[in-house]
Design a protein around this ligand. Structure first.
Ligand SMILES: [Zn+2]
Length: 133
């Protein structure tokens, strides 16, 4: 069990996070089942992008439309914490719907993966094992 991700996707998200700092980078995770096959970087349209993120709604709706049309599944979201702490913040918990989607968080060299639901950290995030393949 666990969620799989490729080394190249991780490297890509790390590069995007470094480039966005001191703002949070964010984007979507696409794939099938528990396999992250692709990531996109989206505009962080939050009014305070240094401490939280809000994915450009147009990009989100486009991904959901693609999924309905038979494309890749929107598995979840990723974002960075320029502070270097890779665990979900209380703000993240307040933003997250308990919809079973994945939350991948990058903080410095650390990467964590969570599933949004009921229970767990902040009563919202249950940690998943991220397998780099
Ligand atoms: Zn966060």
């Amino acid at each position: 069990m666990g969620v799989t991700i490729s080394r190249s996707i991780l490297t890509g998200m790390k590069k995007a996070s470094t480039a966005a700092s001191p703002r949070e980078a964010c984007g979507l995770l696409l794939g099938a089942g528990d396999r992250i096959e692709r990531f996109t970087e989206c505009a962080n349209v939050s009014d305070a992008p240094e401490i939280r993120f809000e994915i450009d709604p147009a990009a989100l709706f486009a991904a959901l439309r693609g999924e309905r049309a038979g494309g890749a599944t929107l598995l979840g979201y990723w974002h960075s914490h320029p502070s270097g702490d890779a665990s979900p913040s209380r703000t993240d918990a307040a933003m997250a719907a308990p919809d079973g989607r994945l939350w991948v968080i990058l903080g410095g060299e650390y990467v964590t993966c969570w599933r949004a639901g009921d229970g767990g950290l902040w009563d919202r995030f249950v940690e998943e094992t991220l397998l780099v393949i």
